[in-house]
Design a protein around this ligand. Structure first.
Ligand code: ATP
Length: 516
């Protein structure tokens, strides 16, 4: 675990040092759980969004995009259930004055018990070697099966308490499990109470409750209320989808773990409108499609898994998370939810406007059902950084052992596609030629020109920001118009004519590679 903590610290430091992510308002000691994306971070984030948009909208004839406003009529949040039910259970420690999410304290206990079971399994794996039958061991070893049973039992009780909104029961469970404040060790807890996660603000010209506005806690509602506008203007037929990328805001109680849990973040959501009764078919379809979207990027499959929800939200009849193995364990990266007709029906009731679709094939009117996919852009960013950022041993210029930090992002997502580097800068013809090449390439993709420092250091810097290709201009370039093209991961250099650089780099960084 400490190795993972170490790796996580390095990731956060790397993001700052290389201009990916900065703490918001850092000069004022920062604003908790709010972050700014720097020069390379904003490029990478744009590329993630572009990959999602193209995979969802461009690649599906029956999915179209919108960009709804962050502010919505306050009744929206009444209809969606957010005013009444978008709560997290909060508990304070009376001694340390620290605030926690009660469900997460219990989840911490479950994780610890599961970790104990995993440790036993690992020990046995080493002891038995090749002949180890893991499934059998989990079932039959008394200590391991007891741990697993214990964890499952607590998990089920937690799910039930959350479903019933039983805050007193949650407090009792915290006491029964003898959970102590991780910071102070104190068990002196307040009552558990519900805390609404929506940020509110006030319209200038209307005083009181009437003028109360919310910052949207999810982008989905902008799609629901526009469902008929989009359907009528595009003449799309069910099944069809509406996609959107945009900011969402949640007043998270415990906002730790860098950009994993932020108070202002960005969601990439798609609501797929279908015939009632067909939701399980489409739910399975989108589960598979979304997993493929992740693995196409080169995300190691063993770092991704499905996790069914034990505790279904008020609007869902099936829900699953795609979890990613972050440096702090497997956690939700994306949610896929079968939302039934809950949202459209509630908006229909509260607004008094019909939100129905006439199905010409069935010759009937109905409120469509919805399957949604919802992935956090920032969590996606963190997932990519967590496996792409690597340290590896490489020989230095003198052939001695050295390490390099390399960001092995898929080339289509890399912030800078190509760097143009004159081998040395005090020979004027080299920088001049390199500039000429750079000025040509920059019209096609994001390139960098760099002539500072020794060439080895410039390669390292490009490796650290994930640039897939470096073009080096040397004396041979002046003689025969060829350059070396260095590939980031293999560090192999090939000699190619200047006229071919654009085509090769374009082809190898093309997002098309992710769709084939
Ligand atoms: P969690 O259980 O981790 O709070 P959630 O189940 O509330 O997440 P959803 O409402 O399903 O999340 O939101 C969809 C996606 O939005 C999540 O899968 C996640 O990627 C992203 N997301 C949600 N809350 C945050 C947050 N506070 N910071 C960053 N991303 C978030």
């Amino acid at each position: 675990m400490s190795q993972q903590v170490d790796q996580f610290k390095k990731l956060v430091a790397h993001c700052k040092e290389y201009g990916f992510i900065f703490q918001s308002s850092e000069i004022y000691d920062g604003l908790s759980a709010v972050y700014d994306y720097g020069p390379y971070g904003s490029e990478l984030k744009n590329n993630i969004k572009n990959y999602w948009w193209r995979a969802m909208v461009q690649m599906h004839e029956n999915i179209t995009g919108i960009d709804a406003a962050i502010f919505m009529h306050p009744k929206t949040w009444k209809a969606s259930g957010h005013v009444d039910a978008f709560n997290d259970p909060l508990v304070d420690n009376k001694d340390s004055k620290k605030r926690y999410r009660a469900d997460q304290l219990v989840e911490g206990v479950i994780d610890k018990i599961n970790e104990k079971a995993e440790k036993e399994v690992e020990k046995a794996r080493k002891r038995f070697g090749e002949s180890f039958d893991e499934a059998l061991y989990r079932e039959t070893n008394p200590r391991v099966s007891e741990y697993l049973k214990q964890a499952l039992d607590i998990e089920k009780r937690l799910a039930q308490l959350m479903k019933d909104g039983d805050m007193a029961g949650l407090k009792a469970l915290i006491e029964e499990l003898e959970i102590a404040d991780p910071e102070s060790g104190s068990r002196n807890w307040t009552e558990v109470r519900q805390f609404n996660l929506m940020f509110s603000t006030q319209l200038g010209n209307i005083a009181g409750e009437e003028g109360k506005l919310y910052l949207r806690p999810e982008t989905a509602q902008g799609i629901f209320v526009n469902f008929l506008n989009v359907q009528k203007s595009t003449r799309l037929k069910v099944p069809f989808g509406i996609a959107q990328i945009g900011k969402a805001f949640r007043n998270e109680i415990v906002a730790r773990q860098f950009i994993f849990r932020m108070r202002e973040f960005e969601q990439m959501e798609m609501q797929f409108f279908i015939r009632p009764g067909e939701e399980m078919k489409w739910y399975e379809y989108w589960k598979a499609a979304r997993m493929k979207w992740h693995t196409a990027l080169g995300t190691p499959p063993e770092m991704l898994r499905f996790k069914d929800h034990d505790n279904l939200a008020h609007y869902a009849n099936a829900a699953v998370d795609i979890q990613f193995e972050f440096p702090f364990g497997f956690k939700e990266l994306e949610g896929i939810h079968s939302r039934t007709d809950f949202d459209l029906k509630s908006h229909q009731e509260l607004s008094g406007k019909k939100l129905q679709y006439f199905d010409t094939e069935l010759n009937e009117n109905y409120v469509p059902y919805v399957v949604e996919t919802s992935v956090g852009c920032d969590r996606m960013f963190l997932a990519l950084m967590s496996y792409a950022l690597q340290e590896e041993a490489v020989p230095d210029a003198k052939g001695e052992d050295a390490t390099r930090t390399v960001l092995r992002l898929h080339p289509a997502l890399a912030p800078v596609k190509c760097a143009v580097l004159p081998l040395i800068r005090n020979k004027e013809e080299l920088p001049e030629k390199a500039r000429e090449i750079f000025n040509d390439l920059k019209q096609s993709f994001l390139c960098q020109y760099d002539d500072k420092d020794a060439i080895g250091r410039r390669y390292r810097r490009q490796d650290a920001i994930g640039t897939p290709f470096c073009v080096t201009v040397d004396f041979e370039t002046i003689e025969n118009n060829t350059v070396t093209l260095r590939e980031r991961d293999s560090m192999v250099q090939e000699r190619i004519p200047i006229s071919e650089i654009e085509g090769i780099v374009r082809q190898r960084t093309d997002m098309k590679l992710l769709f084939s």
